[in-house]
Design a protein around this ligand. Structure first.
Ligand code: FOL
Length: 206
């Protein structure tokens, strides 16, 4: 079974998108995304798995995302994603390919969106032969509220029930987070373009 890390930037109400694009422009947050997803041992690469809408939301000049194995999940038959991208009909097939792939060897797998894949993956049980999401790298957008968001990720922490155990998720300490991502992540509330946000890592037992 493969473990996946979900990476996302979301508002407090879990807004992640607005009409097919990111609702904010946060260059430093984006370079954090790039640095985390690219960070692999010499000779290895991380994989980024995404749905078609997310692929289309990435500016053409940045896709496929460089220095990463790009995998798009899509059932479209006559859609040209380009030569450097692997297209799979479902997550099971993508994960199977990643497990067997040796050139380049794949280190970590990041699920980078969007809403549909986030939901599908978060629902996979520990025992799933396909994959299990055991980490969420969440950039919590604190303010403003970005009320125009019309795409949302599931509330994986289950805060609406007031669940004291956050549905089995717990937040890693800053030290544990730095160790896992492999560099020092800025701690506390960040501010960029009048937007406040915080880098967090959530984990659950596999
Ligand atoms: N996770 C986080 N923390 N922030 C995000 O913005 C984010 N975005 C997505 C998924 N997880 C995220 C999906 N959307 C690019 C654009 C949109 C996108 C993901 C990536 C992109 O163009 N990335 C380039 C960096 C370009 C730049 O430097 O501006 C890359 O190389 O990663």
């Amino acid at each position: 079974m493969s473990r996946i890390t979900l990476i996302v930037a979301a508002t407090r109400t879990n807004g992640i998108g607005e009409n097919g694009k990111l609702p904010w422009h946060l260059p430093k947050e984006m370079s954090y995304f790039q640095r985390v997803t690219c960070n692999a041992p010499p000779g290895q690469r991380n994989a980024v798995v995404m749905g078609r809408h997310t692929w289309e939301s990435i500016p053409e000049k940045y896709r496929p995302l460089k220095d990463r194995v790009n995998m798009v999940i899509s059932r479209k038959e006559n859609y040209h994603f380009g030569e450097l991208v692997q297209v799979h009909r479902d997550l099971a097939s993508a994960m199977e390919q990643l497990r067997s792939q040796t050139e380049p060897a794949v280190n970590r797998t990041f699920l980078i969106g969007g809403a549909m894949l986030y939901s599908a993956c978060l629902q996979l049980p520990k025992t799933s032969p396909i994959a299990f999401v055991d980490r969420v790298l969440l950039t919590r957008i604190i303010a403003p509220s970005f009320d125009r968001c019309n795409v949302f990720m599931p509330d994986f922490l289950g805060e609406w029930i007031g669940a004291p155990d956050f549905n089995g998720w717990s937040q890693a300490t800053p030290e544990a987070m730095n160790e896992w991502v492999g560099f020092e992540v800025p701690e506390g509330v960040q501010e960029e373009n009048g937007t406040q946000y915080e880098f967090q890592l959530w984990v659950r037992d596999a």
